[in-house]
Design a protein around this ligand. Structure first.
Ligand code: SAM
Length: 233
């Protein structure tokens, strides 16, 4: 399939909804990189605690990032277009006594009115038909000087090999058909778009797997997975 349709993205994540909180399940990699992701967010805004900071977690899935930020004191809203994901997120947060505002929303079609200090979009852009329109819309929910924090996958033959051929098809780290090469985004494209849309202080940081330590780390190699942070004007 050349370009994965929105319906197949939806069906894919609906089928996996029961797996979000299985540490060794289908989302194991997201659990493994969770500490790096939370630390990255803290570093972008120079704060260890996120007390009362209003955060929107777009495409929150089962709420891994929403919970991580809520535990640091943030007021979190998590949205996802798959109802089963939001149900899993609500159940898990209530079992852990966390107060997170979860909503079923397709951000490509619907919008929300509130403005946020931080908007996090982790591992979502590479599942969208039109990430540029999506980000233009998201910008309307960001306060002036608010931070937009993204993680996604670069587009080149190395990222295709590692993220799809190896991680999905050979090692089964990620469920098969999670990713579609044609939807990957080069950091240069993302930076170009963000600066044309009046975002400032745009920074890119790579994340790589160290096979010798069997762990992930941040570094300057953004050839495969990378983070991008920037601030609203
Ligand atoms: C790979 S998961 C990432 C989950 C979470 N952000 C994380 O990193 O732990 C991608 C998520 O984006 C959601 N998603 C995809 N398109 C969406 C849309 N148009 N509106 C809202 N959520 C969407 C999917 O349902 C899925 O839960």
């Amino acid at each position: 399939m050349r370009f994965k349709s929105k319906k197949s993205e939806f069906d894919h994540f609906s089928r996996l909804a029961g797996e979000w909180w299985e540490k060794n399940g289908k989302f194991k990699v997201l659990h493994d990189i969770q500490p790096i992701r939370i630390k990255y967010i803290q570093n972008v805004i120079n704060k260890k605690k996120l007390d009362k900071i209003k955060i929107l977690d777009v495409g929150c899935g089962g709420g891994l990032i929403s919970e991580g930020m809520s535990k640091l004191g943030a007021k979190v809203t998590g949205i996802d277009f798959v109802e089963e994901n939001i149900n899993a997120a609500k159940l898990h947060s209530s079992e852990n006594n966390l107060n997170i505002n979860y909503m079923v929303k397709d951000f490509e079609k619907e919008h929300i009115k509130s403005k946020f200090d931080i908007i996090v979009i982790f591992e979502v852009l590479e599942h969208l038909d039109d990430w540029e329109s999506f980000l233009k819309k998201i910008k309307l929910n960001l306060k002036p000087n608010g931070a937009l924090i993204i993680s996604t996958i670069n587009k080149n033959l190395i990222s295709k090999f590692f993220a799809i051929d190896l991680a999905e098809n050979l090692l089964n780290w990620i469920p098969k058909n999670t990713h579609n090469y044609h939807k990957f985004i080069k950091p240069e494209e993302l930076e170009f778009f963000l600066s044309n849309n009046n975002f400032k202080k745009i920074k890119i940081k790579g994340m790589v797997y160290d096979p010798f330590k069997s762990s992930w780390k941040l570094n300057d190699n953004s050839k495969i997975n990378y983070f991008c942070s920037c601030f609203n004007s």
